[in-house]
Design a protein around this ligand. Structure first.
Ligand SMILES: NC(=O)c1ccc[n+]([C@@H]2O[C@H](COP(=O)([O-])OP(=O)(O)OC[C@H]3O[C@@H](n4cnc5c(N)ncnc54)[C@H](O)[C@@H]3O)[C@@H](O)[C@H]2O)c1
Length: 317
């Protein structure tokens, strides 16, 4: 018995990295999987049907069921075609893992319109597009049958977007948007029985190999912490019935560590019973931001980002 027996799953960007491991695990656990990947470069350029088909071949050679899809999920028609393929080929849809992603890092003052638009399109619009078309299908099904859809969406956020990472204005804005989108979808789709969660992963893939260097290499412990398969287990758990009742959550997974991440929340509060003025706000500065004498760290930068600044000093010149 597999955890996903009888279920149909879609994984975007499943030809490589984390998505590949997610598709393989879903397939091994009995899901019929639509393996989406347009097979582009790490920056999104180009295309190749090979990666998606290779994952399909791996799943089917292990006795599972899978079909390849090379649609560009950054487009409305591509995400719609992906959802339709699951329904038409496998007769339904139960689990969506939104994972496809690209990077076009650049410090803000040098970033081009194309770099901004392409990253926002693949991550933010791509996540929304697939979720939106899947949600429309689940809603129609639920109306037709009178039953909850009993489905799940797992999105892929990033610490870069939650804490901010220099050089990733486009990517971080998209990933923060994905965290917000996760909350909205969780609230909207609860009534038709769809759970929506997100992971914030860290793993060794082509996106991180360039910046992480030796840090993510397997060590002698025998536990390959940064193997993307570690991430896949957490994403698939969120997408499975084992996580029944869990929705609207963002879980960080890095190696053997899981963290539940909390979203925006009030840290301090001041009130007044008359209109704010420049002077009245300025007078409350310490009360709202904390003392500026160094006794308490300023709130402004929040928790540290992933701890690496991929930008050599020259990039700032
Ligand atoms: N690797 C990490 O440590 C890390 C950290 C935080 C977030 N993430 C996120 O995890 C996800 C997976 O990244 P990865 O590290 O496995 O990268 P990866 O480059 O190995 O895999 C991403 C896959 O997405 C595919 N893809 C890109 N654009 C697509 C599109 N428009 N349509 C269909 N497929 C498309 C690519 O072809 C690629 O195979 C991304 O959303 C990434 O931002 C990764």
């Amino acid at each position: 018995m597999g955890v996903f027996d009888g279920k149909v799953a879609v994984v975007t960007g499943a030809g490589r990295g984390i998505g590949r491991e997610e598709a393989l695990l879903l397939g091994a656990e009995g899901a019929r999987v639509v393996v989406n990947d347009l097979g582009g470069g790490a920056d999104g350029a180009g295309g190749d049907a090979g990666p998606a088909q290779q994952v399909v071949d791996e799943i089917t050679s292990g006795g599972g069921q899978a079909v390849a899809n090379t649609d560009d999920i950054a487009t409305w028609t591509g995400s719609e075609a992906l959802v339709n393929q699951a329904v038409e080929h496998f007769g339904g849809l139960d689990v969506v893992i939104n994972n496809a992603g690209i990077l076009r890092d650049r410090l803000s003052f040098n970033m081009t319109e194309e770099e901004w638009d392409s990253v926002i399109a693949v991550h933010l619009k791509g996540h929304f597009g697939v979720a939106r078309h899947a949600a429309a299908w689940w809603r129609a099904r639920s109306k037709e049958t009178g039953e909850p859809a009993a489905a799940a969406i797992v999105n892929t956020a990033s610490e870069s977007g939650l804490y901010g990472n220099a050089g990733q204005a486009n990517y971080a804005a998209a990933k923060a948007g994905i965290a917000a989108l996760t909350l909205v979808l969780a609230r909207e789709l609860e009534r038709i029985g769809v759970r929506v969660n997100a992971i914030a992963p860290v793993a060794r893939t082509r996106l991180t190999e360039a910046v992480a260097g030796d840090y993510m290499k397997p060590d002698e412990s025998g536990f390959d912490r940064f193997d993307p398969a570690n991430v896949a287990a957490v994403a698939c758990w969120l997408g499975s019935d084992l996580a029944a009742g869990v929705s609207g959550q963002v879980v960080k997974v890095q190696g053997g560590q899981l963290q539940l991440l909390e979203g925006w929340r009030p840290l301090t509060e001041v009130t007044d019973d008359k209109p704010w003025t420049l002077d009245s706000v300025a007078a409350l500065r310490d009360a709202i931001l904390g003392p500026t004498d160094g006794s308490v760290p300023p709130f402004f930068f929040g928790p540290p980002p992933t701890g690496r600044d991929p930008y050599p000093a020259a990039a700032w010149e």
